[in-house]
Design a protein around this ligand. Structure first.
Ligand SMILES: C=C1C[C@]23C[C@@]1(O)CC[C@H]2[C@@]12CC[C@H](O)[C@@](C)(C(=O)O1)[C@H]2[C@@H]3C(=O)O
Ligand SMILES: O=C(O)CCC(=O)C(=O)O
Ligand SMILES: [Fe+2]
Length: 374
């Protein structure tokens, strides 16, 4: 893990012992969730990574590999279907099967995906167009995976609550275990450079790889390093990502001089990569930071990634927890509901720093020209 420079908020008067020496995986903070030692040390380590990088690799996390393997097999089988069969589960609304196009504002990436609501009723409904042979088999594979990964998400959120010294350490996990939680599951399939023309054909995309620049030249923005999934932060509370052994994920982290640089995340199929989302940044008054990340797809093997986006119910009010507001750290964001935030984000481009729009007393000029809908 990158050596921390700040300590997360605590109400204790006695300074806690510093977390164990950080470990690193190609510059990526790594937390061993089963390391011997106290829970307090683990919670401070998790809070430190989320405060400084907004991102960490969780190893020895206790999630059995079986549900992930079953889900990978089911989704790989779906992506291998003929285009016409896959399109039965699309176009994305934003849920469903999507190819190349991301969101509603003109963003594109070299991928195809399934975006599912994580609640069992929604999964059962969607499964009918994804696995026409045996929808209930697909549903049970998804539900089993979601159950396992949600448990890990709750454990991480509880550690964060403890590490931040919250009065109710379960404040974060309660939001995602609510029966009306709006959590999502996304499975991204990035085809290889060699088969990208096939994806062009399969998607029957109106969108072309070539684009005309302002001066009239025609360029292919995806030549060479191809944007698999463009730069963004995840809007929800926390995201847990697991992928196969194909690289591609990059995160924007501060280097030792404080300059933000793109760090390539070495693939690790046995780990979960944990991202702080915009809502957790808002709930902690900016103590935890929502990390910007992207996928550059340039390998010879397809990348398959599965991301669980843990979200509160639509009506949940997102307001900085009182413990995170102090005289030296006044409220940064005005309260809002997740529904309001979602509506705003779907009106904006993928790369938009949308949380800035909720900054108290901000005239939003910092966001002008940064990814607005064209
Ligand atoms: C362009 C967009 C796609 C997205 C919604 C948005 O308007 C901006 C955020 C995007 C994102 C990124 C993380 C997740 O993959 C996602 C499902 C989400 O909640 O926010 C996507 C949205 C999407 O693809 O629908
Ligand atoms: O597919 C990946 O590895 C990451 C994709 C991502 O960041 C997302 O879907 O929000
Ligand atoms: Fe993401």
């Amino acid at each position: 893990m990158v050596v921390p420079t700040t300590t997360p908020v605590r109400q204790d008067t006695v300074a806690p012992p510093p977390p164990p020496p950080p470990s690193s995986h190609g510059g990526i903070p790594t937390v061993d969730m089963s390391a011997p030692g106290s829970r307090g040390a683990l919670s401070r380590q998790v809070a430190r990574a989320c405060a400084e990088q907004g991102f960490f690799r969780a190893v020895n996390h206790g999630v059995s590999p079986a549900p992930g393997a079953r889900l990978d097999a089911a989704t790989a089988a779906f992506f291998a279907l003929p285009p016409r069969d896959k399109q039965r589960a699309g176009p994305p609304s934003p849920l469903g099967y999507g190819c190349r196009s991301i969101g509603f504002s003109g963003d594109a990436g070299e991928l195809e995906y399934l975006l599912l609501h994580a609640n069992p009723a929604a999964v059962a409904h969607r499964a009918r167009s994804i696995d026409t042979d045996d929808p209930s088999r697909f549903s049970s594979v998804v539900n089993e995976y979601v159950g396992a990964v949600r448990q890990l998400a709750c454990e991480i959120l509880d550690l964060l609550g403890e590490g931040l010294g919250l009065k109710d350490p379960r404040s974060f996990s309660k939001l995602i275990t609510d029966a009306d939680s709006d959590s999502l599951l996304r499975i991204n399939h990035y085809p290889t450079a060699c088969t990208i023309h096939k994806l062009d054909h399969d998607c029957q995309c109106k969108m072309k790889s070539n684009v005309r620049t302002k001066n009239g030249n025609v360029v292919n923005p995806s030549a060479g390093a191809r944007i698999g999934f463009g730069e963004h932060s995840d809007p929800q509370i926390i995201s847990l990502l697991r992928a196969n052994d194909v690289n591609g994920l990059q995160v924007l982290l501060p280097n030792s001089n404080g300059k933000e640089v793109w760090i390539k995340v070495p693939a690790d199929p046995s780990a979960f990569f944990v991202n702080v989302g915009d809502l957790l940044q808002a709930l902690t008054n900016g103590k935890l930071v929502s990390v910007r990340h992207r996928v550059i797809a340039s390998t010879c093997r397809p990348r398959l990634s599965t991301i669980y986006f843990a979200a509160p119910p639509l009506h949940a009010r997102i307001s900085a927890l009182p413990e995170t507001i102090t005289a030296g750290s006044p409220r940064r964001y005005r309260p809002f509901t997740w529904a309001e935030y979602k509506k705003t984000m779907y009106s904006l481009r993928l790369s938009h720093s949308r949380l800035d729009l909720f900054h108290v007393g901000d005239d939003d000029s910092s966001n002008v020209g940064k990814g607005e809908k064209e």
